[in-house]
Design a protein around this ligand. Structure first.
Ligand code: SAH
Ligand code: SF4
Length: 348
């Protein structure tokens, strides 16, 4: 059976036909679901029985297990159960000028980054197109704000699941109307995946999770570095910028005493100097996870690290750790839910 947001316009048309409904209903349903971004039950221009029939024909793929809201109301996080019992996470972040949904591309992840809760738990399966896109729509249904940005920074490695991620991006662009540059794909450095994304027609924004300026240190944090060392990842990222004309962002999770020494900021600036389009580094204080001993760098050190990069011509932003009070970091909510009964929860 096709899930609700895996269904194409043709799938909707053939359901409308089977249900003996007039053709103009196809536009009503499709526009209501994608342009107006409404749940089917809210498409009041349709007869109630038709809404019920469509809901039965195209079931939702995700069932909420937990829903948590940060105390400042700016961040909402969902833990969903998908087919087969796999659990995935989605985060909605609101600010005055944008609403961003952070989606998962896989249940679990096979990359095994030592500091990441998802990596620690291992790989379950790839998500399909409907499961990826539904995360964006379900978050949209929960907010008045219009979702403007989507980032593939939830569970999983999107470039290891491009067969579903590329068509999901197409649907977000074509059916939901998001511009490609407001869709960001974050990768740990799967070089063949970066090369394939370069050939993909939509110029989505690429983010590369670097975390270290030298291979020895990166090997210890990101096992995939042994297969695709930093120089190969940077070469692929350079080719991406040259093909797409879009600046690449580098993610750097700051771990106290491990990758936050100032000489490493110098080394990082050395590696990223002269990057086409200019490199931008996002410094993210580490979210502590059960199976990794490290902790976040102190705020003062984050500032010094950023300043050191900036003084060497690399722009850097220190990211506030949004939603830390609701375990908003990748994989953390699932870990937490494993220890509590499956209930729906909404913190004040
Ligand atoms: N697999 C992709 C995208 C999902 S992870 C990737 O690795 O880029 C999204 C981001 O969260 C990555 O930059 C990752 O390094 C970061 N991340 C994972 N665990 C983290 C933690 N415990 N603290 C801070 N950032 C973390
Ligand atoms: Fe996978 Fe990204 Fe976590 Fe690494 S950081 S284990 S690639 S989700």
């Amino acid at each position: 059976m096709t899930s609700r947001y895996g269904a194409t316009r043709d799938d909707i048309a053939s359901a409308i036909d089977t249900l003996g409904q007039p053709r103009y209903r196809v536009d009503q349903v499709h526009n209501g679901m994608w342009q107006q971004r409404l749940p089917i039950e809210s498409l009041t221009s349709l007869p109630k029985a038709l809404r019920a029939a469509l809901e039965a024909e195209f079931p939702l793929a995700l069932t909420p297990i937990l829903e948590r809201r940060s105390s400042d109301e700016h961040t909402t996080k969902w833990l969903w159960q998908a087919a087969g019992g796999d659990q995935i996470e989605t985060v909605l972040m609101r600010s005055p000028n944008r609403a961003t949904v952070c989606v998962s591309s896989q249940a679990g992840c096979a990359m095994g980054c030592t500091f990441c809760a998802t990596g620690q738990a291992g790989f379950d399966r790839h998500l399909d197109v409907g499961e990826i896109v539904e995360q964006v729509l379900r978050a949209q249904h929960a907010t008045e704000a219009r979702v403007s940005n989507v980032v593939f920074m939830g569970m999983g490695e999107p470039l290891a699941n491009l067969d579903a991620v590329e068509p999901a991006i197409e649907r977000l662009h074509r059916d939901l109307g998001l511009s490609a540059r407001k869709i960001t794909v974050s990768t740990v450095g799967v070089v063949p995946g970066i090369e394939r994304l370069r050939e993909f027609p939509l110029p989505v924004t690429l983010a590369v999770s670097l975390h270290a300026p030298d291979d020895a240190l990166r090997d210890s944090l990101v096992p995939l570095n042994r297969r695709y060392p930093i120089s190969d990842v940077l070469d692929a990222a350079r080719a991406y910028v040259e093909a797409k004309g879009r600046r690449v962002t580098f993610e750097y999770a700051c771990i106290e005493g491990t990758n936050d020494h100032l000489h490493l900021a110098d080394a990082l600036a050395g590696r990223l100097g002269g990057f086409p389009g200019g490199a931008h580094v996002n410094l993210i204080p580490l979210n502590s996870t059960a199976a990794f001993g490290g902790t976040a760098s102190a705020g003062a050190r984050l500032g010094e690290f950023a300043e050191r990069l900036t003084s060497r011509g690399i722009t850097a932003t220190v990211r506030r750790n949004r939603g830390a009070d609701i375990d908003a970091a990748c994989g953390q909510l699932r870990m937490r839910a494993a220890n509590v009964p499956a209930v729906r929860e909404s913190s004040p």
